[in-house]
Structures are given as C-alpha cells and as structure tokens.
Write a protein that binds this ligand. Structure first.
Ligand code: NAD
Ligand code: IPM
Ligand code: MN
Length: 355
C-alpha cells in the first residue's frame, strides 16, 4: 500500500538543519512517485534532551521507534555539554546494536562538476562502497578501568569478533560485489600487527571468498589502504572493514570526492527484523551549527538510500539524479564545495530538480 512510517530524529547541531531538507525532498518525491510518508518527529537522542532528562532517550525508546518502517536520523553530539561517548553510546550506537543494524553501507562517489581534491580525477574514477561492520569489533563494551587514579592505572577495551558477526558482514559485502559490474572486493586488515582478531578476519574472508568464485578479491593492511584511497581511488569497488577501519575509510573516501558533507549512509538490518537507520556520514559540526550553511546533500542522499530500502527505487534514483544536477551548478552548492548557497537553498534546489 506504499505508506511508510518514518521515525524522524534530527539530534544535535547541523542535524537540526539538514534533516528538514531531507524531509522536504522526501515529501516532494512522495508526491511525484505516488507513495505516502507518515513522519513521526522525536526530540530524543539529542544533547538537549539529555540536559532536560539526564539521559539521551526515554526508557521506552525501543517501543516508540521500533515499529516504524525506517529511522531518518541527523547527527548526535554536543561535546560542550555531554561527553561524546555518553551521548553516542546512549543513542546512535545503541540503535545500531539493539536494532541489529550490522551493515553500515557508505557509498563514495565523485559527482560531475564537483572539484576533486585529487588532481586529475574525474567522475567514474571514484565510485565505490565502504561496507562497515556496525555492531561489534573495536566498538565493544568489554573492558574496564583498574586502579583508577593511581600510578598503576590500567584501561582495557577488547575487540570482539564473533563468527556470526564477521561472516554476516562479509556475506553482505561479497553479495554486493557480485552484483556490481567490476565484481571486486577489497578487505581492510591489519593482521601483521593485530595478531589475533585480524588474522581471524582474514581467515573468514578467505573462507567466504570460496563461495564467490566470480568475485575478484584482495586485501590491504589499513595503513597502506588509506594511502591507496588517495593515490589510487580507481582501484576500489567494494571495500569491507571492521567497525573502526570502516569508520575511518568512510570519512577518507568522501574527503577524496570533495567534501564529507555529501556522504550518505544506511545502517541496515538486512533481515528486516528491526527498522534500519539512514543518516549522513558526518556529525553535528558544532563549528558551523546554527548558521544555516551546512551541506544538506549527505542527508538528502541518505533519504534516497532509505527509499531504496523501502522499495521505492525509482524515487531513490530520481533523488540521486537531482543531487547530481544541483552539484553540477556552483551557485547551488554550499560553502564546503566552494559555493555560496545556504542549506535551505540547496535543499529546495534538489526538491525542485526532481524529475
Ligand atoms: P563532523 O563531521 O561533525 O565535522 C567535521 C568537519 O566537517 C567540521 O569542520 C564540520 O564543519 C564539517 N562538516 C561536517 N558536515 C558538514 C556539512 N554537512 N556541511 C559542511 N561542513 C560539514 O565531525 P566532528 O567535528 O569530529 O564531530 C562533531 C560532533 O559530531 C561530535 O560530537 C562527534 O562525536 C559527532 N559525530 C556524530 C556523528 C553521527 O551522529 N553519526 C558522526 C560523526 C561525528
Ligand atoms: C559515524 C560516527 C560514529 C561512529 C561516532 C559518532 C560514534 O563517526 O557514524 O561514522 O564512530 O560510528
Ligand atoms: Mn565516523
């Protein structure tokens, strides 16, 4: 019946400026493509909420958003009032873990007309996906502090890799690679130095690759992989990494395409037992928040990923085409891309360019 109930959570900082532009474009797409959006707006998962209630979310947060078809999210973090690990472990990281959104899918694409910081690169040269493990790995709650505030103080945080957790992200990444024309997968590792978990990751990659004879695959240690993102971005098609490596690569990749302000992401639960969450890769940008100058494209492209996930691929593709048209015109681009348009002007331009 093409009615979608969306939990809309702007969060903090520029999330409050970019989310309305995402919703604007979603509503324009709904009108054009004949589906209905039922947005529910929530003020929790924000540091404002924390200041009022002493916690990031109400106790029944799961019941309040767990039944929606998807979550449309801005960004969380206002470190002047709440320490980042408190605000993020109390919201976004909880969503990812509790809703089993174990895939963080982050496309990296050089768009036509956007100035590329890497000399001589043109659209088509940079067009790949970072597939980030999103529920375990280096982001673990296993560890602790001992001998606090003494000379003997020790802090430990374990990396957790479960067979289920590693295999399911690798399977998603190989499936994606198999469906793409280049059929190429790159694994991010560090098995030369991290001598238990990373060799395990490599083993599981090798085992999974056996099920995908049509996929060409390779692996790089994370240090040289970051160098190759800059020197040879054309080498990559699907890049799969652990939670931390994927986090780093998914800021570096978009930076190589001109700005992190356009990068989208899907925090996906492929089994659809829970809602998936769509958000830009960037954060709340306290340095520019409140000025109406943030780039809304990362948020809007995330809306397109959400529609794709909900089963509206035509509308999703139309949004991406509109983004390309807007980015091709300097006067419609925001400042991070050398333009002078503000957040609202850029968002409106995308909504108007929908075909
Ligand atoms: P950030 O992504 O917020 O900002 C990094 C730099 O990029 C800043 O100079 C910012 O102005 C710029 N930038 C980011 N998005 C932009 C946009 N759309 N348009 C124009 N410029 C943009 O990263 P940070 O400074 O490391 O973190 C700030 C806060 O956000 C912290 O509290 C952090 O924990 C949080 N954070 C949240 C998320 C999330 O909710 N998913 C992601 C990253 C960081
Ligand atoms: C991201 C962010 C988060 C992460 C932070 C804010 C916890 O950087 O979504 O990439 O590290 O996952
Ligand atoms: Mn990040």
């Amino acid at each position: 019946n093409r009615i979608y109930r969306i939990a809309v959570i702007p969060g903090d900082g520029i999330g409050k400026e970019t989310v309305p532009e995402g919703v604007r474009v979603l509503e324009a797409a709904a009108k054009k493509y004949g589906f209905e959006l039922r947005p529910d707006h929530f003020d929790f998962a924000s540091c404002d909420y924390y200041q009022r209630h002493g916690q990031m979310m109400p106790d029944d947060w799961k019941a309040r958003i767990g039944g929606h078809d998807a979550i449309f999210f801005g960004a969380v973090g206002w470190p002047k009032v709440v320490p980042d690990h408190v605000s993020l472990w109390g919201s976004l990281i909880l969503f990812r873990r509790e809703f089993s959104q174990y895939v963080n899918l982050r496309p990296v694409r050089l768009m036509p007309g956007v100035p590329c910081p890497l000399v001589g690169r043109k659209p088509g040269d940079i067009d790949f996906y970072v597939v980030r493990e999103n529920t375990e790995g280096e982001y673990s709650s296993v560890g602790g502090r001992m001998f606090q505030d003494t000379e003997r103080e020790v802090v430990i945080q374990e990396t957790v890799m479960s067979r289920t957790g590693v295999d399911r992200i690798l399977k998603f990444a190989f499936d994606l690679a198999e469906a793409r024309p280049k059929k190429h997968l790159t694994s991010a590792t560090k098995s030369n130095g991290i001598s238990i978990t990373m060799p395990y990751w490599d083993e599981r990659v090798e085992a999974m690759a056996k099920h995908y004879p049509g996929v060409r695959w390779d692996k790089y240690h994370i240090d040289i992989l970051t160098a190759n993102f800059v020197l040879h971005p054309d080498w990559f098609d699907v890049v799969v990494g652990s939670n931390l490596f994927g986090d780093i690569l998914s800021d570096l990749g978009p930076a190589c395409t001109g700005t992190i302000g356009i990068a989208p992401s899907g925090n996906i639960n492929p089994e659809r037992d829970f809602p998936s969450l769509f958000e830009p890769v960037h954060g709340s940008a306290p340095d520019i928040a409140g000025r109406g100058i943030a780039n809304p494209i990362g948020q809007i492209w995330s809306a397109a990923m959400m529609l794709d996930h909900l089963g509206e691929p035509e509308a999703a593709a139309a949004i991406v085409r509109a983004i390309e048209r807007v980015l091709a015109e300097q006067k419609l681009r925001t400042r991070d891309l050398g333009g002078a348009a503000d957040t609202v002007a850029c968002g409106k331009a995308v909504a108007e360019m929908l075909d």
